[in-house]
Design a protein around this ligand. Structure first.
Ligand code: ADP
Length: 257
């Protein structure tokens, strides 16, 4: 069973844990590989046209990294995030998440892994309009079969963490864009995921609200969360500890800062 808390050690196999480069410094433990993409290819077939969205992507993301993914439109960023989030499957290559080969997951295990181990934050917030703020945050925990008392505690903590506790009974339409994205962040973190995947989380926000959401992500990273964020904003990309640049479905730059 996978650990679901970012601060817990994931059940990574010995071979995959040692395949990642060790962090520098004598007192630092070797980095644990959490997400491992090996020779990933993704093609889409539409009518007579085959589009290659990803070509031979090699990427190992370690526990605790904050990775920003950038690249021009059509370079494969969303496709990569969808594969990392178990929302789509590669056409070739291997994707291992916390030591488990994604190709070997049956649909039930795949859905459970997605629900328990991955938190998603989308550009368009994706809150459910006729559920209140607290119901939105609670929903993924309900799918998980979590007892009501624990759900309530986690929802309260997550909303307080993004300073939205005072709006728990509001509907999304009664909130500003910045507030809606803070609720979406609370929904993503309430389940203590192993990894947070954010697809242009500040894309629909003005700079003040964008900065606030970035501050939340930085706080979560400081507490040990692993984050993978697609962004077009160079200032926000610089806040990550690693920058991966895609072009034409390939990783053309991979830099730790
Ligand atoms: P980005 O997120 O960097 O803009 P995408 O991952 O969305 O890039 O797309 C990469 C390439 O794959 C593009 O050429 C896009 O048109 C194509 N693509 C993405 N999704 C599909 C799909 N469902 N069907 C056909 N082509 C797709």
């Amino acid at each position: 069973m996978l650990a679901t808390n970012p601060s817990a050690t994931p059940s990574v196999s010995a071979t995959s844990a040692t395949s990642a480069p060790a962090a520098p410094g004598p007192s630092v433990a070797p980095a644990a590989a959490l997400l491992e993409l090996t020779g990933i290819v993704k093609t889409f077939q539409t009518d007579d046209v085959e589009t290659r969205a990803l070509s031979n992507v090699e990427l190992v993301i370690n526990k605790g990294e904050f990775v920003s993914i950038s690249g021009p439109s059509g370079s494969g960023k969303s496709t990569l995030l969808a594969i990392l989030g178990l929302l789509d499957v590669p056409s070739g290559g291997e994707y291992r998440i916390a030591g488990e080969s994604s190709a070997k997951l049956d649909p039930v295990r795949r859905a459970a892994l997605r629900n328990r181990s991955i938190g998603f934050i989308f550009q368009a917030f994706n809150l459910i309009g006729d559920l209140t703020v607290e119901e939105n945050v609670e929903l993924p925990l309900t799918y998980r079969g979590m007892p009501a008392a624990e759900r309530k505690r986690r929802v309260g903590e997550a909303l307080d963490g993004v300073r939205m506790g005072h709006r728990a009974r509001h509907l999304p339409a009664q909130l500003s864009g910045g507030q809606q994205q803070r609720v979406a962040v609370a929904r993503a973190i309430a389940g203590d995921p192993l990894i947070l995947l954010a697809d242009e989380p500040t894309g629909n926000l003005d700079s003040k609200n964008g900065d606030a959401v970035m501050e939340l992500l930085e706080q979560m990273h400081a507490k040990g969360a692993t984050i993978c964020m697609v962004t077009h904003n160079e200032d926000y990309a610089r806040k990550a500890t690693r920058v991966v640049h895609l072009f034409d479905g390939r990783v053309v730059e991979d830099r730790r800062g």
